[in-house]
Ligand binder design. Sequence first.
Ligand code: MG
Length: 212
Amino acid sequence: MSLSDARPSGTPPFWEPGTQVMWRYGDPSLPHWATPMTVVRDDEDALVAWLAAGTPTLKVGRADGLGRHEDRDRMFTAERVQLTGTWDDYDVLRVAPTGRPWSVWAFFPAGEATFEGWYVNLEDPHVRDADTTYSKDHVLDVWVEPDRTHSRKDEDELVLAVEQGRYSPAEAARITAVADEVEAVIRAWGPPFCDGWETFRPDPSWPVPQLP
Ligand code: MG
């Protein structure tokens, strides 16, 4: 598990459907976010993977024990600790288009086929090693309703991220430009939105993955 020998995603060898992989956000040598997931499809175009409700996760907490929305003046500067948790309430299909600085997450209430919408997570293009795909979250997100209406999430946190030195104003402007790009894809209803993933159902024989 190391970023140093990771390679860009989108070239073989690809993971077979049903393979368990780790999907990590952040430097794996530091407190970071990670979920074990089951590969649905992996090819030149994208990595598609399933996150089942009930899956154990790695998550990031504050060393002072405060919650994410407390003490917002130190949201991006407070000391972090590694925590574990469980991904609850929703099953999620994630699509990471090759080389793009965003991934698209289709939300379904746990165990149900009712599609509730798309969450577009702005992030680094993925790289991978033998069993992990790596990215880094970019704070700003876009939510897309099933009727294709969309809205940005956490624009206020991107402002805080600049104020607290996580991003320069130029970096924040590039992230905002990516949100513009995502919204253009949504308006054109390009991939992966047009690919039919909102009717996807997982193989019922897949176990709920465990942390490695
Ligand atoms: Mg995000």
